[in-house]
Design a binder for this molecule. Sequence first.
Ligand code: CDP
Length: 265
Amino acid sequence: MMEKKEIIYNGESVKVFGTGSPDHVLVCFTDNITAFNKIKRAVIADKGKLNAAISTMIFNLLEKGGIKTHFIRQVSATEQLCRRVEDIPIEVIVRNVVAGSMAARLGLEEGLRPSSTIYDLCYKNDDLCDPVINDYHAIALGIVTREELDVIYGMTERINAILLPLFRSVGIDLVDFKIEFGRLPGGEIILADEINPDSARFWDAETGEKYDKDRFRRDMGKVGDAYRTIYGKLVSLCHPDGIPEGYPSAELLSDGWTRNIQDND
Ligand code: CDP
């Protein structure tokens, strides 16, 4: 068991703890889900386990594709050991398909496919509801240098180029996703945020069915099943011979799997 020390980040779906080592943190995934700046909240049974496994598999796929990430290894069903970084308070949003706040802001139809990928920057600040900014704001306000931003955009483009065809190969449209970066002590920039159905939109490529947090935001039901679907797709990509030890078990994936509903199924 990894030592859990002081709390560094007390988020709703993720909590980050010190480990006693200055170079490492423990990232812990919870079953809590929130939306609309935490006004709407619920508990989704097993979401923490599913997101931890989803995030681990995506980090492994990205590392194989040459992306440096903070991920070291999964240490329990809901916990990952990660490298400690200095957070860069910017969220980078990648949009392959128009959805959510962008559709609302610009009066566009959800599902519209832009002619090229769209990147948004948001300033990470809960009190301000993470406002959209642009490169000029980020540089002028001293959040990143131009050179760092070029590295961030380059890595982001590569991450999308790795994930888009992988998800498509299992029938999933990667509509959009949010990522964050951090600096290692020497200044190197690495990916420092997990990708999972809390922070990305996944649509069935055939039917358009949603397998992400929009099911919770929009009261569509079967929230846990959506996370389970993405987990199952990634298992089939990453572990075609079966579910590895320590991962959410097979019965979690079987059709009709239900349990005491804390989920709004
Ligand atoms: O989710 P919402 O419609 O409010 O915002 P968006 O700008 O359309 O979000 C684009 C993508 O980034 C979605 O997959 C969101 O789940 C994700 N996102 C996030 O994870 N955290 C945020 N603070 C904002 C967006």
